[in-house]
Ligand binder design. Structure first.
Ligand code: GLC
Length: 623
């Protein structure tokens, strides 16, 4: 047997050997089906064989350096292929621009085949092995991946495993009454069982897609549809569904993906009488997925999309010995950041950071200000209540603030899925519009604009200083504002998330070199911060991170220590100037500090004055 072939086989067997017993145990516990488990292992081996040599080489390197994705040179950006560059080829042609944004990981928003008009932004997949034709082909995807890898950039894509589109082949066959395919979904010939589910299962889209079931007249059945009626929930109690979806996952990994975002993962297991979220079996499935990828494609990491309260999020990391996801979204921090902007009060944000900072350092969060989805105000309401803020009125205040309807707010945006019954609503808008860049531009008010840009930069400086990996939203680097044209599109008008999914305004990038423009102020400022984060040792992924007592509830303080390096970062969430006196310990009396951005010497033992919405990154200097 040729040497390489033998090495490859040994490699697979050795990795499988490491995980086999646990994998089998979990599989048998869920499915009790040895034949299907055998099929899974054989098919894993086939995918391993098909995996290209260059990806296998990358796997090997990453196995030797398993922290590769937690380093401070990791900076993500999420983008829609069509909005950004038309198609996959266009993205490849614009990698240079992304590199000028210091980006080292590109999250390509859903691009698999999905029916036009009934796609939920691509999250209703009709074919897991086909790219939407107008965006290109699998060959284009591989080409893009190779080019990215050549430049040290990694690629992330969504794996929408909770449901398929109603146009997926399985769904079509189920609709035709083929039992084998009906059993891959949740079909009911009367409403008795759906009615039982409805008693305990909350609604994801109460306004745009009420209820969790959809009547399919041709099939004479109700089908479970937690999200939109055209997104049919898959039944993971059926081992065929699990196996086939794992094969789809491995197929996509083999196209050269580095990060797989597991979409809506808390929802994948359903039981009557429960909320059908975060059930125990979900964790078994994610753990199996982690082991399957470690056997076939260990260079691939799993990013879990768990938009839940903090105590539900962290369990998706699994344990240090039996890990599940490599990375999770820091969703509560994201919502709490905006809460601090509206209230000018950082206490809740500090509390949230303290929770995150107490978790094992292996747990890596993805930090972000905005993404393609709405902001659901998932805050720590029991604590807010202690401080005199009740959930319903507080959410109302936040929505009023960010839609620009309260005094002092220059934010712009729209409500999302306003639930008239509960008074609940979520919020949509771009970072720039939420910071006031849209309204200041519209009013041509230079003072307002200055403040809006300062806030935008300060918030970025904050997410770059947190522990974890920052993920930027394409367009934020040039202050892209809300796009209201979705209202003219019949297929999008009901879904206000499209307000922050506008076409990338390439024209504005021409202003980056002109300091009199928004782009000329924002882009270089963010760029300087990103470069510092990449180059300064104190930003290392395993640095110790803690919150610093500032004695001022509008100013958040962060400390970072890596070896001898120390950073004290201060962020003023108030539009008015604030003065901070750090405690003797934190000011390290007598030590010299330097403003990392300007090089100016600082004495943190004296009161620090921060103008409205400004920040300071101060690094300890050694004599
Ligand atoms: C995730 C996506 C969201 C989508 C939903 C259903 O939450 O982020 O955009 O609507 O899944 O697939």
């Amino acid at each position: 047997m040729p040497e390489r072939k033998k090495k490859n086989r040994d490699c697979f067997q050795e990795r499988l050997g490491r995980h086999h017993d646990e994998l089998r145990w979990l599989y048998m516990e869920l499915y009790n089906n040895g034949d299907m488990f055998g099929e899974l292992c054989d098919t894993m081996q086939s995918f391993y064989k098909e995996r290209s040599d260059s990806l296998k080489e990358l796997d090997g390197k990453r196995e030797e350096s398993p922290d590769w994705f937690r380093k401070n040179d990791m900076l993500g950006m999420m983008l829609y292929i069509d909005n950004f560059a038309g198609d996959l080829k266009g993205v490849r042609e614009h990698i240079g621009y992304l590199q000028s944004c210091n980006v080292s990981c590109i999250h390509l928003m859903p691009f698999l085949d999905s029916p036009k008009g009934r796609s939920d932004g691509g999250y209703a997949v009709a074919d897991f092995r086909k790219v939407r034709p107008e965006l290109g082909s699998m060959a284009d995807l591989q080409k893009l991946s190779r080019e990215c890898h050549r430049r040290g950039i990694s690629l992330c894509m969504d794996f929408v495993m909770n449901h398929t589109s109603e146009e997926h082949e399985w769904a079509k066959r189920a609709r035709n009454g083929e039992g084998e395919y009906m059993s891959r979904y949740f079909f009911f010939d009367n409403y008795d069982i759906p009615a039982q589910y409805e008693k305990t299962v909350p609604q994801v889209f109460p306004t745009t897609a009420p209820g969790n079931f959809t009547w399919i007249p041709e099939a004479g059945h109700h089908v479970m549809t937690t999200f939109y009626p055209y997104q049919w929930d898959l039944n993971y109690k059926n081992p065929r569904v699990f196996n086939e979806m794992m094969y789809n996952f491995l197929f996509l990994a083999n196209q050269g993906m580095d990060v797989i975002r597991i979409d809506a993962v808390p929802y994948i297991w359903k039981e009557i009488g429960t909320s059908c979220r975060n059930l125990r079996q979900v964790h078994s499935i994610v753990r199996m997925m982690r082991m399957i990828s470690e056997v076939v494609c260990p260079g691939v990491i799993l990013l879990g999309e768990v938009v839940m309260e903090p105590e539900k999020v962290a369990p998706y990391f699994g344990t240090v010995e039996k890990p599940e996801c490599h990375m999770l979204y820091n969703v509560t921090t994201m919502a709490t950041i905006w809460n601090s902007v509206a209230t000018r009060d950082v206490r809740l944000l500090k509390k949230q950071m303290d929770i995150v900072n107490r978790l094992p350092r292996e747990y890596t969060f993805l930090n972000y200000l905005r993404c393609h989805d709405d902001i659901g105000w998932g805050l720590d309401y029991p604590t807010l209540k202690e401080w005199g803020m009740e959930e319903v009125p507080h959410k109302k205040f936040l929505n009023q603030f960010f839609t620009g309807r309260t005094g002092g707010s220059i934010s712009r945006g729209e409500l999302y899925n306003e639930d008239l019954a509960t008074g609940d609503a979520r919020f949509c808008g771009t970072t720039a519009s939420m910071c006031g860049i849209e309204s200041a531009g519209f009013e041509q008010d230079p003072e307002k604009m200055k403040g809006a840009i300062a806030l935008d930069i300060m918030l970025h400086a904050y997410i770059l200083a947190q522990s974890g990996i920052p993920m930027l939203y394409s367009g934020d680097e040039i202050g892209q504002v809300n796009d209201y044209t979705y209202k003219e599109d019949m297929e999008k008008r009901e879904d206000s998330r499209y307000i922050h999914r506008g076409k990338f305004p390439w024209k504005l990038t021409e202003n980056i070199g002109d300091p009199d423009t928004v782009q000329g102020k924002l882009f270089p400022a963010l760029s300087a911060l990103e470069r510092l984060r990449r180059e300064e040792p104190v930003f290392a992924g395993d640095a110790r991170v803690w919150t610093v007592e500032t004695g001022n509830c509008s100013v958040l303080g962060i400390g970072r220590r890596m070896g001898d390096e120390l950073l004290i970062a201060l962020f003023n969430f108030h539009e008015m100037t604030q003065e901070i006196e750090l405690s003797a310990e934190e000011a390290l009396t007598g030590e010299r500090f330097q403003n990392l951005l300007t090089g100016e010497a600082l004495d943190l033992a004296k009161p620090v004055v921060l103008c409205g919405h400004r920040f300071l990154w101060a690094k300890k200097v050694y004599r």
